[in-house]
Design a protein around this ligand. Structure first.
Ligand code: NAD
Length: 395
């Protein structure tokens, strides 16, 4: 069967055709997997505020990365429900889809931290691959109608630029449809889940959309990732670990812009399509850390450890650390009119301000056993990258 635009993507009994833009009719019952995590909780908040006609069910296992604290102060709590559960648990997923008449799934639940995937990849294969497979099977069963799969449903899968592997300095941005070349267990597990989602569209006609996004930052990000780690450690006067030479290049996107992009894809995206989502910037990691240090200097000018850049500590690089990612976002801009609203400088300033005013939220994480264990495991004993094995103080 041909798979060009406008061709059916599944068996004849399936009503949805590739490239068809489905309007989002009536009251929607949206399941957000991983909705208690960083992007998920921001998306739940964004969706409830943007659409009065949705009910949102957050389905989340509450691993170390998820917390009900992230879902405090929702804009319309009466239209939100939290269900604790595992995406790998088929019976529990079947139950939540049936009990809440779910017609839209936004799948964000994942193990998401590359460093953890290097130390312990098992959980990544389980949640990201088996979990996505379980959710796809459950959706396929729940959305079966008399004439094949219902066309008024949607499975949106959230993926990452890391599936494409590393770019050289002069490589052009990667467009949708480029070959995958994942290089970490995290990226490989996300690539596998993307392939499964697309296979369910082709084989069974499941109405899917996929978004692949660059590095997010913003409120509620667990402080193991670069931006919150630097803000939190810098405010406490602890070392700011920078991997290798700090010249790895990422594209950075404020999480609110990512949430707006997911909603635009749900509302106006073409079924079967993948959309790249990025911030259109290319700073080095060191430049991001230095920008955060300048913001911390401005906020805490009298700190004993100012200037904060004096806290920068180069540590041994991550094994196989990808040098550069860059996404071509022409499709989502041209088709859906989406553009990021936050510039990197403004977005980082707002993020520093949010962390500075979220002491109780942070303290709960920093006091947790898992966080302490992870920081000790990942940073204690790392040398400074010169290979002399000399440990540095953990952040
Ligand atoms: N953070 C980024 O920069 C970024 C960039 C691009 C794509 N993504 C993707 O976006 C999604 C969300 O990322 P994030 O940064 O918010 O991650 P996160 O780690 O902050 O949150 C993940 C959430 O999933 C939940 N979860 C984990 N295992 C689960 C399971 N088995 N069943 C149910 N829930 C489970 C966790 O409790 C947590 O609430 C992921 O799929 C990730 O791959 C993230």
């Amino acid at each position: 069967m041909s798979r060009g635009d406008g061709e059916a993507i599944g068996p004849d009994s399936v009503g949805v055709r590739r490239g068809q833009a489905l309007s989002w009719p009536g009251v929607q019952h949206v399941l957000v997997t991983g909705g208690a995590g960083f992007i998920g909780s921001n998306f739940v908040r964004h969706l409830l505020a943007a659409r009065a006609d949705v009910r949102v069910i957050t389905y989340d296992l509450l691993t170390y990365a998820g917390s009900r604290e992230n879902l405090r102060d929702l804009p319309a709590p009466g239209r939100h429900l939290f269900v604790q559960g595992d995406v790998c648990d088929r019976a529990a997923v079947d139950r939540v889809l049936a009990e809440h008449a779910i017609d839209t799934i936004v799948h964000l639940a994942a193990e998401s931290h590359v460093d953890r995937s290097i130390v312990a990849p098992d959980a990544f294969i389980r949640t990201n691959v088996t979990g996505t497979f379980t959710l796809l099977e459950a959706a396929r069963a729940a959305w079966r109608g008399p004439a094949g799969l219902r066309p008024d449903v949607r499975f949106h899968h959230v993926s990452t630029d890391e599936v494409y592997g590393a770019l050289a300095p002069d490589d052009p941005p990667v467009a949708e449809g480029a070959a995958y070349a994942p290089r970490s267990p995290y990226a490989a597990s996300k690539a596998a889940s993307d392939h499964l989602v697309r296979a369910y569209a082709t084989t069974y006609g499941l109405p899917v959309t996929v978004s692949s996004c660059s590095n997010n930052y913003g409120p509620y990000q667990f402080p193991e990732k670069l931006v919150p780690l630097v803000i939190v450690s810098g405010a406490l006067g602890k070392p700011l670990p920078v991997y290798g030479d700090g010249r790895q290049i990422r594209d950075w996107l404020h999480v609110e812009d990512h949430c707006a992009a997911i909603l635009a894809i749900l509302e106006r995206g073409r079924v079967g399509e993948t959309y790249h989502v990025g911030g259109g910037n290319q700073p080095t990691n060191l430049e991001v850390v230095e920008a955060l240090c300048a913001l911390l200097d401005a906020r805490y000018p009298a700190a004993a450890h100012a200037p904060h850049r004096s806290l920068i500590t180069f540590v041994a690089d991550r094994p196989g650390h990808d040098r550069r990612y860059d996404l071509d976002c022409t499709r989502i801009q041209a088709e859906l009119g989406w553009r990021p609203r936050h510039g990197l400088a403004d977005g980082l300033a707002a993020t520093v301000a949010w962390y500075a005013s979220s002491g109780a939220w942070l303290a709960a994480i920093r006091d947790s056993d898992d966080y302490r264990r992870w920081i000790a495991l990942n940073y204690d004993g790392r040398d400074d990258g010169r290979g002399d094995g000399r440990p540095r103080e953990a952040p």
